[in-house]
Design a protein around this ligand. Structure first.
Ligand code: 4AD
Ligand code: MG
Length: 474
């Protein structure tokens, strides 16, 4: 039986058998065992006099054990039920001198260095159970709303975002690669006969699928070789990208807002125990901070607030005016001052809008064309595009999306302007030749949503094995 089920439906006075890892062993009598099925550990009470010394000596934190016994209502404080041990088997020993995860508080940094063992801790097992629940909620939402789950290629020949931040994929021996007349590596000799890379977004292919299936979404690994060593960037992350035929920008924003709220609402109900635990963890952490650095709302209140309040919607130009006239800008407190219209918004600006000015999630739309990707639909003003970003407290950008340029001539001229090779995108342009329609989509970074849902502050703590610059351990 899993320990979760023991607590859900306790078979009192019956024989039970569980397997798990020892969290603690107190007074040669009380073993606390966890099997990962939930946050709860079961207390197993050992009959000291009738248990062999060799076994007792091996009941160490981290050891895996099998326990047979009778489930009873607990005599002691702190737990409702416990197992009176009749037989105990050591499945895998654990040397207490060597095991890094001791029954005490470890720093998140230390646990990151021991990422292979951190799923044994309450904090990380909670985070990863929530991660699993969020992924399920995402599929559930789309299934219930008429979307089809599609898979787009991980190896691609195109740069969807046009930012050039890609990992190359090649089977060429780079020390011996043949070069052409321009002294460039000859990729026609490579595995695919052309230059390929790991995908930075499945959007372009998802657009093609939406033009036949109507509403689709991708949910897969995404790779960015940007050298951003921040608490919000990963080199390998998971992105959810819905794409919808016949949707304009405002339909797109409505969907994104409803989608995020629905997913958060699902986990608030599905992950109560883990969320309470993380909430308490943050409340305790806050207590050790100076008053002005403490969170105004606790984690559960923050989730509740986002689920039950409308996101603010403003244009880039409105956001620009607010930021330009803001105190930190006038007092030169921003690292990147807001000067002329058209500047890109940095995370400090996004967080000012969300955390100080509006105190709510904010959707900014109609961005200047020159700071956005080639595929976004040009507005009548010829200066802005139908882009939208959703900004969240504590995180900044969580969603980036747009209405797509469906007019062939305008798209072609954008591609030309940005010096993108039109030949590489022939299949993308074909969509605009054969029954083109208005369509939209967005990308949500899974890990950024998990940051918000768990109250964690470093993205390396919400993915089991983070990939970041200079780090591909495990
Ligand atoms: O804004 P981005 O770059 O948008 C796209 O890739 C579009 N093609 C999506 C679409 O319209 N289908 O990325 C979308 C989201 C960001 O808002 C962020 O949440 C996440 O992906 N993201 C990252 N998450 C972690 N680490 C990184 N390096 C990320 N880069 C983007
Ligand atoms: Mg973006």
């Amino acid at each position: 039986m899993t320990i979760k089920n023991l607590f859900l439906n306790p078979p009192i006075k019956e024989k039970v058998s569980i397997k798990g890892w020892v969290k603690t062993f107190r007074a040669n009598r009380f073993i606390s065992v966890n099997d990962g099925s939930s946050l709860q550990s079961i207390q197993c009470v050992v009959d000291y006099d009738n248990t062999a010394e060799v076994i007792l000596n091996k009941i160490n934190t981290g050891a895996s054990i099998k326990v047979n016994g009778t489930l009873v209502e607990s005599q002691g404080k702190g737990q409702s039920i416990e197992i009176q041990v009749e037989k105990i088997e050591i499945l895998g020993e654990c040397d207490p001198e060597l095991y890094p995860i001791q029954p005490k508080k470890h720093s998140l940094e230390f646990l990151r260095e021991n990422a292979h063992l951190r799923a044994r801790t309450s904090t990380f097992s909670s985070i990863f159970r929530i991660r699993s629940s969020i992924s399920f909620a995402i599929h559930k939402y789309f299934k219930e709303n008429g979307f089809f789950y599609i898979n787009t290629p991980i190896v691609t020949g195109s740069d969807a975002e046009g930012a050039g931040e890609m990992f190359k994929v090649t089977t060429l021996d780079i020390n011996k690669a043949e070069v052409n007349d321009n002294n460039e590596i000859d990729f026609s000799k490579d595995f695919f006969g052309k230059e390929t890379n790991l995908t930075v977004s499945g959007q372009l292919e998802a657009e093609n699928m939406a033009m036949g299936l109507g509403k689709v979404y991708t949910f897969g690994p995404t790779f960015r070789a940007e050298n951003s060593n921040t608490s919000r960037h990963l080199a390998e992350f998971w992105m959810i990208e819905p794409e919808m035929a016949f949707y304009d920008l405002s339909d797109n924003m409505n969907l994104a807002e409803h989608f995020i709220k629905s997913v958060l609402d699902y986990i608030v109900k599905d992950c109560k125990e883990d969320l309470y635990f993380l909430n308490q963890r943050l409340i305790n952490e806050d207590k050790s901070k100076p008053a002005q650095e403490r969170n105004e709302l606790n984690l559960l209140e923050r989730l509740d607030f986002v689920i039950n309040n409308d996101f603010v919607r403003i244009t880039y130009s409105e956001a620009y005016e607010i930021l330009k006239n803001s105190k930190p800008n006038k007092k030169k407190k921003f690292k990147f001052p807001i000067s002329d219209w058209g500047v890109d918004l940095q995370s400090e600006h996004e967080r000012y809008l969300v955390e100080k000015h509006f105190k709510k999630p904010v959707i900014i739309f109609d961005y200047p064309a020159k700071i956005k990707a080639f595929y976004m639909r040009m507005n009548e003003d010829g200066k802005t595009v139908k882009a939208m970003d959703i900004l969240f407290p504590g995180i900044g950008e969580i969603v980036g999306g747009s209405q797509r340029e469906e007019r062939l001539d305008i798209l072609k001229s954008r591609i030309k302007e940005l010096k993108i090779d039109e030949k590489e995108l022939w299949w993308y342009l074909d969509l605009r030749k054969f029954g083109t329609v208005e369509h939209s989509g967005f990308g949500l970074g899974l890990e950024r949503l998990i940051l918000f849902a768990t109250g964690m502050t470093n993205i390396r703590d919400v993915i089991p094995f983070p990939r970041t610059p200079k780090n591909a351990e495990f």
